[in-house]
Design a protein around this ligand. Structure first.
Ligand code: NAP
Length: 318
């Protein structure tokens, strides 16, 4: 197996001596795998609230130490990353605050930033650098078994530094994410929340709605919805299979931006509805031509494959 280039550089002097991951689901366990692949820390400690998750993490072996208490995990850590649902960030920070090492960097991976900052920052002790972050990478799977080292490769990680953050600490966190394969950008937290409402939060809500509608219809159509799902519905179901706790918290914590985008979505939907009703083929054609160009842009930016049907292989049933 080829050695990862960042690992070669990092091995001589890892970026961090000890990092601690609080929450060991898809995102936390993937950080552990990716961090290990690149040799970014001498020791990776982890904590999860349930004994089952801690046992699974210990069995899978992606951590150097697994702790029963969050405060034990963060003891002596130079970098602590909160990998719990956004609604839990504040309470968890309160729990670990007294155990954080002076000079440590505290970061998170939450999908919303404004509310995480509002609920977390008040608990962060003096001398600890709180630098919020959000990796734009995920799958519909959750839990410690879902993680893998390549999750962040060529994906974006957005840092939303706060006034008063030490530029050297921000640069170190940037290097950490780059070491895990990500491209890093910086943004104002409110702008982050609006951008994500467009690119992630509202699309998830629409997928949940579409699958909910089909679930009602399924009772009428006797499972034809499932049988013929490859016609497009299947792609909604992948998104709508995402973790319910995480997504409940996302909507409760990015209320304003999601409602703003949802309002615009509804207006567009009415316009399309009207075009269908009035037989305005030109409007529909122009609209779909514009949307096709966006798909091309995503492929050109290397954020998806241009293989037909996302590169899925036909499944043989014999
Ligand atoms: P996950 O696989 O469900 O893991 C969540 C982890 O948080 C688990 O270890 C869980 O502990 C712990 N947890 C849940 N509720 C908690 C609470 N109230 N107090 C303390 N710990 C709690 O979720 P994930 O996908 O890794 O998501 C984690 C974070 O990453 C979220 O903030 C999410 O917004 C963000 N994020 C997710 C994605 C994505 O696509 N999944 C992408 C980018 C960012 P137990 O296992 O012990 O229950």
């Amino acid at each position: 197996m080829q050695d990862h280039p960042v690992a070669q550089a990092a091995r001589a002097a890892p970026l961090f001596d000890r990092i601690a991951l609080i929450g060991l689901g898809l995102i936390g366990s993937s950080i552990a795998h990716a961090c290990r692949r690149a040799g970014l820390a001498r020791h990776v400690a982890g904590y999860a609230r349930s004994p089952e998750t801690r046992e699974t993490a210990a069995k899978l072996g992606f951590l150097d130490s697994v702790h029963d208490l969050a405060s034990d995990a963060v003891e002596g850590a130079d970098l602590v990353i909160l990998c719990v649902p956004v609604g839990a960030m504040g309470p968890v920070t309160k729990e670990i605050a007294d155990a954080l090492k002076p000079g440590a960097i505290l970061s998170d991976v939450g999908s919303t930033k404004g509310s995480v900052i509002a609920h977390t920052a008040p608990h962060v002790p003096q001398g600890v650098q709180f630098i919020p972050a959000h990796p734009l990478a995920g799958t519909e799977h959750s839990g410690p078994e879902a993680g893998f080292a390549e999750l962040y490769d060529n994906r974006w990680c957005i840092l939303t530094p706060l006034p008063g953050n030490d530029p050297a600490a921000v640069a170190r966190l940037r290097k950490f994410w780059e070491g895990m394969g990500a491209n890093v950008d910086e943004m104002d937290p409110d702008h982050h929340d609006l951008v994500l409402a467009v690119t992630s939060h509202t699309p998830h809500l629409i997928a949940y709605t579409m699958v909910g509608v089909a679930d009602d219809l399924q009772r009428v159509t006797n499972s034809e919805v499932i049988k013929y799902s490859a016609a497009g519905f299947r792609d909604f179901t992948r998104i709508a299979a995402s973790d319910p706790t995480m997504w409940r918290d996302v909507f409760l914590n990015n209320k304003e931006a999601t409602l703003e985008i949802l309002g615009r979505f509804t207006e567009e939907l009415f316009a399309l509805q009207r075009a269908i009703r009035t037989g305005d083929g030109n409007m529909l054609h122009d609209y779909f031509t514009r949307t096709r160009a966006i798909r091309r842009g995503i492929i050109e930016a290397g954020q998806d494959t241009d293989l037909p049907d996302f590169g899925r292989m036909p499944v043989r049933r014999d």
